[in-house]
Design a protein around this ligand. Structure first.
Ligand code: NAI
Length: 463
């Protein structure tokens, strides 16, 4: 048995890390338990390595765009092995920085796998081992914050093998780009990684079961995104469900079996069809924690799974986004510390798909607003005449705004550098700006943001 703590946090990803620092800043004694690396999916297997890959290969996309304009020729050949070394260096540096920040804040980090021994006690075992009792630690706590994260999921028939059939975790460790790649699932992960390997010279097919890629995005935005990606050379098919996979034992590679007995051969397959919460922690049920059919921890308006247990980030299934997880983590820490009492309010949340083009969304899409029965109008503008988009040889895409009762309730965009104005869009949607407020604001010239302005000031049409 070790010293008890006020707040114990299970999981050291963005949600758990933010919660730990926040709770420590409120003078609580805090223990953070992590079985793997600090930083969780975001730092080690998700957002950060993917953005490193896209950033390192961005020059390829930009050279190609200028070459299409016949302004010159040339290329940049990215060394995947060098990139992997750089990734390892950057990630370990970030993990060390996190460990130092936790130490400086007085948070005790315990390495191992946690399980609940009772309503107020956690047992931490060395990860991967179950028999070494001498290495076990029991930590009594007052409040518990579950920040357990999520992991890739797959349906029957699409089981990964880590060699030819890969998950996002595996593909981010490849030492060389495959000659051909089939990406199954065109959500954020599928779209971002398909773009990276296309830049690396792989022949890439992106398959999506829903009628449009990025199914949660506005239909018009998704259609533009698809058109731009196709122009770049991506083989993109929506409305095709993958039935199964066949390993080709003699020649290596995989055959992807599509509807109507169509097959696609590839060296590697990436399965990016969604994620599931990591909530298989022993003892949760006995502590009164309820899980949905998909395994997500059910939480109340205060992100509480039980009177003294909170669940934040991916494991509550609300929003699988690092920035949302961090925000929830800070809230839970403040609530658990008694510093606030009101319910959780997230404000407007940005959704972003990286690459070139980028896609953003804040608030509901026009289709979602209509489904909610809201009386809406939409206004839009295209990037075609934007001088910055033209300079980058990427004058494609559009910005679309959704309005209700004279206020902006949603902004979606797709185009080169659309992420530049995502935080402006968050503020406008969160505060429900009117057209007059937009009119009063001065937008820098020339910027991509001017297309946002143009879209907001454009005539509004019924949905
Ligand atoms: P997702 O749920 O966003 O997309 C998976 C896609 O696979 C869906 O479009 C679905 O219709 C499709 N699909 C399912 N079964 C299929 C089949 N048999 N054949 C073809 N298509 C099929 O999941 P994803 O992309 O794995 O991302 C997981 C989570 O991580 C998401 O919630 C996402 O928001 C988050 N994330 C966010 C990023 C960002 O903000 N830039 C980047 C990466 C992930």
């Amino acid at each position: 048995m070790t010293q008890s703590c006020d707040i114990l946090i299970l999981g050291g990803g963005p949600a758990g890390y933010a919660a730990a620092l926040e709770a420590a800043s409120l003078n609580k004694s805090v223990v953070l338990v992590e079985k793997d690396f600090l930083g969780g999916t975001c730092l080690n297997r998700g957002c950060i390595p993917t953005k490193l890959f896209l950033g390192a290969s961005q020059a390829i996309a930009e050279i190609q765009a200028q070459s299409r304009l016949r302004l010159g020729q040339g290329g940049f050949s990215l060394d995947m092995r060098a990139l992997q070394k750089r990734k390892a260096l950057l990630l370990s540096g970030s993990r060390q920085a996190m460990a130092k920040a936790l130490e400086a804040a007085g948070v005790r980090v315990v390495q191992g796998q946690g399980e609940l021994l009772g309503p107020n006690q956690v047992l931490v075992r060395p990860a991967g081992e179950t028999t070494r009792e001498d290495k076990e630690v029991r930590i009594p706590f007052d409040r518990l914050i579950l920040a357990l994260g999520s992991r890739p999921a797959w349906p029957k028939g699409l089981e990964p093998d880590g060699e030819h059939v890969l998950l996002s975790d595996h593909i981010l460790d490849l030492q060389e780009a495959p000659a051909s790649l089939v990406v199954i699932g065109a959500g954020a992960i599928g779209i971002e990684l398909a773009q990276f390997f296309l830049r690396m010279g792989s022949q890439v097919s992106l398959l999506e079961a829903a009628p449009q890629i990025a199914p949660t995005e506005d239909a018009e935005i998704s259609a533009q995104l698809a058109a731009i990606l196709k122009r770049q050379g991506l083989d993109l098919q929506a409305g095709v469900a993958v039935r199964g996979l066949e390993r080709k034992h003699n020649r290596g590679g995989v055959a992807v079996i599509l509807d109507a007995d169509q097959r696609l051969d590839a060296d590697k397959v990436l399965v990016a069809v969604g994620r599931k919460p990591n909530t298989d922690v022993f003892g949760l049920d006995q502590a009164g924690v309820v899980r949905s059919e998909r395994g997500a921890v059910s939480v109340d308006a205060h992100l509480r799974a039980a009177a003294h247990i909170y669940a934040v980030g991916d494991c509550n299934g609300r929003m699988l986004l690092a920035h949302a997880a961090e925000h929830q983590g800070r809230f839970a820490a403040r609530h658990a510390a008694g510093a606030i009492t009101g319910p959780y309010r997230s404000g407007a949340i940005p959704f972003c798909i990286y690459g070139d083009p980028e896609a953003i969304r804040v608030g509901p899409t026009a289709q979602e607003a209509a489904a909610l029965g809201l009386e809406c109008t939409v206004s839009r503008a295209v990037f075609a005449a934007n001088p910055v988009a033209q300079a980058f040889g990427a004058p494609h895409g559009l910005v679309k705004a959704t309005w209700n009762a004279g206020k902006i309730i949603g902004v979606s965009a797709v185009g080169h550098g659309a992420l530049h104005f995502v935080s402006a869009a968050v503020i406008m949607v969160d505060q429900g700006w009117t057209r007059d407020q937009v009119e009063e604001m001065i937008f820098a010239h020339p910027t991509l943001d001017e297309t946002l302005r143009q879209a907001l000031l454009a005539p509004q049409e019924p949905l």
